[in-house]
Design a binder for this molecule. Structure first.
Ligand SMILES: Nc1ncnc2c1ncn2[C@@H]1O[C@H](COP(=O)(O)OP(=O)(O)OP(=O)(O)O)[C@@H](O)[C@H]1O
Length: 254
């Protein structure tokens, strides 16, 4: 099963952002999307999720055109973790995670015991069960980010798309989310995430796509694609390479 962009052009009405993008994320793998600010990462994700219509080309989910898949079925297959934002409504963390179950119930069905159990299990999995009864307007940005990841997991999707999932997280929670990402792929999910840290792609992704000016500069296995030269070209800035005594490579802004 794959989620794939085929010769995709994407953008907003009257504002094309990218074109000629072909890439795919398969079940069981992690694909990282890297690129400079404004390069089109979020817009591409929204198009892959069906939140924005393609301007040309297509998005295919398991060989079917995404546009032809009913919205509720789509929601059972693909979950989205948007960039963390301030919640406006004072829902509890538990209720927000429970909302991830909507795609599994009937149109007006109330959540059942199974839905509540899945929501509780996902809060537990992310280590935030203690936040269950707290209002999401009164927790930290990082805690809210973890709630959004738990909500996506409660959807029990086949693919999960995360937009800068670690942006507001402290060092410990960054590690926690990245480990979750790996374990989701081990459970058979396809994972696509954006990041501004090439080292996260290096350490946790199987493949990486480099997006610049709305086009794919390179896509492939991390070890083949991520080099000092490519990253310098991607960001238009110097990049340094550090090789640890154990042989592990890391990139630093130069
Ligand atoms: N709602 C919108 N309507 C019109 N143009 C938009 C809208 N949102 C973003 N853009 C523009 O689309 C382009 C791509 O933005 P996008 O948010 O996809 O980039 P990004 O790679 O995710 O950036 P960042 O790393 O800064 O989050 C930018 O030029 C941006 O100004």
């Amino acid at each position: 099963m794959t989620l794939a962009a085929q010769d995709l052009a994407f953008g907003y009405r009257g504002h094309p952002v990218g074109q000629g993008v072909s890439l795919a994320v398969a079940a069981g793998e992690v694909l990282a999307l890297l690129g400079p600010n404004g390069g089109g990462k979020t817009t591409l994700l929204k198009t892959l999720l069906g939140l924005l219509p393609p301007q040309a080309g297509s998005v295919m989910l398991d060989g079917r055109d995404l546009a032809a898949i009913p919205v509720r079925e789509r929601a059972r297959l693909v979950a989205y973790v948007p960039q963390s934002h301030h919640g406006t409504f004072a829902f509890t963390a538990f209720d927000v995670v429970l909302m991830g179950r909507t795609a599994h119930g009937g149109l007006f069905a109330r959540p059942g015991a199974k839905d509540r159990a899945v929501a509780a299990a996902m809060l537990e999995r992310l280590g935030i069960a203690h936040l269950s009864g707290r209002s999401v307007t009164m927790i930290s940005g990082g805690e809210r980010q973890l709630v959004l990841v738990a909500r996506a997991l409660a959807q029990e999707p086949r693919f999960i798309v995360l937009d800068e999932p670690t942006a507001s997280l402290d060092f410990g929670n960054q590690g926690k989310v990245m480990r979750q990402i790996r374990s989701l792929a081990a459970d058979g999910l396809g994972v696509l995430f954006t990041t501004h840290d090439p080292n996260q792609a290096l350490g946790h992704a199987d493949r990486v796509a480099l997006l610049r000016d709305g086009g794919v500069m390179a896509v492939g296995p991390v070890a083949e694609v991520l080099s000092q030269e490519r990253l310098a070209a991607l960001y238009g800035a110097p990049v340094e390479t550090v090789v640890e005594p154990g042989g592990r490579t890391a990139f630093l802004p130069g």
